[in-house]
Design a protein around this ligand. Structure first.
Ligand code: PFF
Length: 452
């Protein structure tokens, strides 16, 4: 696809909806609660929010800007913007590898979600005790082929949408669904906070106890913020290349980060009161949401209807995120390897399916395979969110703050001076100094497990 034929998002709203669709997904509703749960609650939430707005928004603007300026896929963008310093290409490669790894384990959880639509619709959780519900989850995820089947269905669905291209597939599917998900989350929150014993959960989430925070927890908060915003791995470079020049990137980024954080916090409000009300553990890891929510639905009038509807919407939220993950890889295949869109989609999706199957089976037949004490699924999750994305974000900050010139970045953010850019000085200061230093310190302190 030559630059002249490059199709972008048709409107500012479409662009925001697509990028928000990428950001809002399992990261908010599945990963956020269990990461908060494993890191002690309220204090972690404070640090998370600080990262989202202090570092996340400026870096999101920067990443979108890189894509829009280059009008290229993630690898092509660094080729175009840094023709003489080929070292920056490694940032493009890191992004591609991270997208591949994230997509492979993410599609497993997306598959679980689809299976929960089916299980809820067939009344499988109805009237079951919390212990029995946990047992159903354990049995299903350790099954030798069912999780692989659902994961495969999900990967195929994503591939079909991505083959259709940017405007028809991605933009349309994101516009309607996000608001509906929001309303459903709201209903869930109300039910959860009115359960008997719910106040303990509210306390856990909103009453910060900073003695629970160490270097590892801060690094996890950073990783979660980046994961949730789809930041530091080329997704926003790719989407940025489809955004129109006249769109204001500050506004776009603030809207996305705010919507994303709101959904994450709502998910916490829906989960933690229920965790305590049903006597479950907040630190139970990736299974948390799937073990907790069926209990909440059981305690609701029309619980089955709500459950089906909720898991369906969560599947769709996951789909708008997997679309963006696959788009990173497909844009690269099309623009750098000169493949047709269909061929690139099929090749990438087949690779993802094979790796995803290994991740899916790491809850069952392959659970004995561990590396550094982690199963393959946990390893991919930890490696990408805790190391690859923060490293990618650090390199991105250096690229936009130090490699690109002041004129280049000002010109792109202000659309050659036609947009007001009064925030420019503050933005540049953050991406040049605050972001690289903060990211470096958090990465080093977190990796060394430093206690404060
Ligand atoms: N931000 C997505 C979520 O929170 O579910 C996950 C994700 C999508 C991460 C796309 C990275 C990405 F490029």
């Amino acid at each position: 696809m030559g630059n002249s034929e490059r199709k972008g998002f048709a409107s500012s709203f479409g662009a925001i909806a697509a990028a928000a669709g990428s950001a809002i997904g399992l990261g908010n509703i599945w990963r956020f609660p269990y990461t908060v749960g494993a890191n002690g609650g309220g204090a972690f939430l404070c640090i998370y929010i600080l990262f989202v707005f202090l570092l996340g928004v400026p870096l999101m603007m920067g990443e979108l800007m890189v894509g829009r300026k280059a009008q290229k896929d993630v690898l092509g963008a660094y080729k175009v913007l840094s023709p003489t310093h080929k070292g920056w290409l490694s940032l493009g490669w890191l992004s591609l590898i991270t997208a591949f790894l994230i997509y492979s384990f993410y599609s497993v959880v997306a598959g679980w979600t689809v299976n929960y639509v089916v299980l809820s619709a067939s009344g499988r959780f109805m009237g079951e005790t919390p212990a029995a519900i946990s047992q159903i989850f354990a049995e299903f995820t350790s099954h030798p082929w069912i999780p692989v089947l659902y994961m495969g269905i999900f990967v195929a669905l994503t591939a079909i949408i991505v083959t259709k291209g940017v405007q028809k597939g991605i933009e349309k599917s994101c516009k309607v669904l996000m608001p509906v998900l929001f309303i459903l989350m709201f209903v869930l929150c109300i039910r959860s906070v009115t359960l008997p014993g719910a106040s303990k959960g509210i306390d856990f989430l909103f009453n910060p106890d900073f003695s629970k925070i160490n270097g590892g927890a801060i690094l996890s908060a950073l990783g979660q913020a980046l994961f949730s915003l789809s930041l530091g791995m080329g997704c926003l470079v790719t989407y940025g290349s489809y955004i129109r020049k006249q769109d204001n990137l500050l506004k776009t980024s603030v809207v996305i980060a705010s919507a994303d954080t709101l959904i994450a916090v709502m998910s916490g409000v829906a989960i933690f009161p229920a965790v305590f009300a049903f006597g479950l553990s907040p630190a139970s890891g990736p299974s948390l949401v799937y073990e907790v929510l069926p209990n909440v639905f059981n305690a609701m009038a029309f619980g089955t209807v709500f459950a089906v509807f909720f898991f369906l919407l969560l599947s769709i939220a996951a789909l708008t995120s997997t679309i963006s993950l696959l788009e990173i890889l497909v844009a690269w295949g099309v623009e750098e390897l000169h493949q047709s869109r269909t061929k690139a989609t099929i090749l990438c999706s087949t690779g993802i399916f094979l790796l995803g199957a290994v991740c899916a089976l790491s809850f069952g037949p392959l659970s004995h395979i561990t590396i550094c004490g982690l199963t393959i699924f946990d390893l991919f999750d930890k490696l990408t969110a805790t190391y690859f994305m923060p490293i990618g974000a650090l390199a991105l900050a250096v690229f936009i703050g130090w490699h690109l010139t002041k004129e280049e970045t000002f010109d792109e953010l202000s659309n050659s001076g036609s947009l007001k850019c009064s925030y420019y000085k503050a933005w540049r200061f953050i991406v040049r100094y605050i972001a690289p230093i903060a990211l470096f310190v958090v990465l080093v302190a977190g990796s060394l497990g430093i206690e404060f």
